[in-house]
Design a protein around this ligand. Sequence first.
Ligand code: MN3
Length: 205
Amino acid sequence: MSAHVLPSLPYAFDALEPYIDARTMEIHHGKHHATYVAKLNEALDKAPELKGRELKTLLQQLGSVPEAIRGAVRNHGGGHANHSLFWGIMGKGKGGEPVGQLGAAIKQEIGGFAALREKFNAAATAQFGSGWAWLSLDQGGRLVIHALPNQDSPLSEGKTPILGLDVWEHAYYLKYQNRRPEYIEAWWSVVDWEAVEANYRAARG
Ligand code: MN3
């Protein structure tokens, strides 16, 4: 059976310094994300019929997951999917502005990059407690900025996430302590817009 696997980080732990510190990346990937993967697999051991199902499908169809493991799939499956996306939309020496079709869509639908940042920062800052801020596509293929608590995936509400920011304290506490807004602001310097645009084009089909 194909168990879910922790993807390797596509860059070194210190690649996102000074914006995100190496120690945080090491614990975040090697402990937090690894635990979501392990606990997802543990839950799926109790429902072998779901083992071949893609993670994306599991999260899109949470209602069809047996109730006994639904919470575990929501939390740990969501955690696995969210972090897998997160590592991929960051990189060394990135930042800058949205490019290509995505850049054009942001201009047209949100009013430009400055407006996107402002709305996204507000969503990330206002998320009470643990959660994520998202830039997703809704079912009509339109860009939407939103936040979700815990490890809830946009996939579970019919959206397709293309950019996400982890605002759990484990993502920033070592370097930023309680200064979440500072972490959010710094994070824009590591966003890989080519990767986000690839997600956008894939989501548009
Ligand atoms: Mn996290």
